[in-house]
Design a protein around this ligand. Structure first.
Ligand SMILES: Nc1ncnc2c1ncn2[C@@H]1O[C@H](COP(=O)(O)OP(=O)(O)O)[C@@H](O)[C@H]1O
Ligand SMILES: [Mg+2]
Length: 245
């Protein structure tokens, strides 16, 4: 039976052309960094973009972008995301962070679903979702409830990261979820291990992002972020993201 909440969420997302979940089986691989840079970079070239931080394990895009505390969603027949740096911005941090948290104590999976059901996105070319790590229940809920969701998979060159990513990919394939491709972040050499392994799984290898120590100094400063190796690597990722499967 179809979950009745699916139709509510589908309606809420009806003005959004593409829904791209920046995802990884693994934590700490740069999902939030890539999601933030991708959203900023798409917006900068004129696309209408939303960024949705759904990482309940540690929402962090507000820190990466330096979203000031006085920028908050507004209530109007649901929740309207504020605009920041040209992005419609929404984060779970508004509900589970230090701020008044009406959903505190409720099941986290329900919190995610609730936020998806009440957020009023405008007409968007892209909604970039910063996903929680792993393939737990909450992620599976998102997969089930967000129709048209597509996955951009982030890994590091480490076999430890890629082995976990492989499990996630297997699950997504089993669920017949579209995968935009694989991005290898924090690359330090020219090894082809991840590229070869990605192609072997039948995935598009979008490219790599070099490790750049300047990323840390750019946290909280969107302009600086676009000037780091992460920002500069967005050209290829945007191209793949725009490529409709
Ligand atoms: N290309 C990169 N070069 C240097 N540091 C990076 C790069 N990408 C991410 N980082 C850093 O790595 C850490 C993890 O990134 P984050 O985006 O929070 O990962 P995730 O969202 O997957 O947990 C952060 O401290 C971030 O600043
Ligand atoms: Mg993160």
């Amino acid at each position: 039976m179809t979950d009745p909440r699916t139709s509510v969420i589908t309606e809420r997302l009806s003005g959004v052309s593409r829904i791209i979940a920046v995802s990884s089986g693994k934590g700490g691989v740069g999902k939030s960094m890539v999601a933030s840079a991708l959203a900023l970079s798409l917006a900068k070239e004129g696309s209408r973009v939303g960024l949705f931080d759904l990482d309940f394990t540690g929402p962090s895009t507000h820190i990466i972008l330096g979203v000031p505390a006085n920028i908050q969603p507004k209530e109007d027949r649901g929740i309207v995301p504020p605009i920041f740096e040209g992005l419609e911005y929404m984060s779970l941090v508004y509900y589970v962070g230090d701020n008044p948290a009406p959903l505190r104590g409720t099941d986290i999976s329900n919190a995610l679903i609730e936020l998806l059901s009440i957020t009023q996105w405008g007409m968007l070319d892209f909604l970039v979702i910063d996903m929680p790590p792993g393939i737990g229940d909450a992620v599976l809920d998102l997969v089930r409830l967000v129709e048209r969701i597509e996955f951009l998979i982030i890994t590091t060159p480490s076999i430890l990261a890629f082995e976990v990513v492989k499990k996630q990919v297997a699950l997504l394939c089993e669920l017949k979820m579209p995968i935009v491709g694989v991005v290898e972040n924090m690359k330090l050499d020219k090894a082809k291990t991840v590229e070869v392994a990605s192609l072997k799984l039948g995935l598009k290898y979008i490219g790599s992002i070099p490790y750049d120590p300047k990323v840390e100094e750019a946290i909280g400063n969107p302009k600086k972020l676009l000037d780091t190796a992460v920002g500069k690597s967005m050209t290829q990722i945007k191209k793949s993201a725009k490529n409709k499967k």
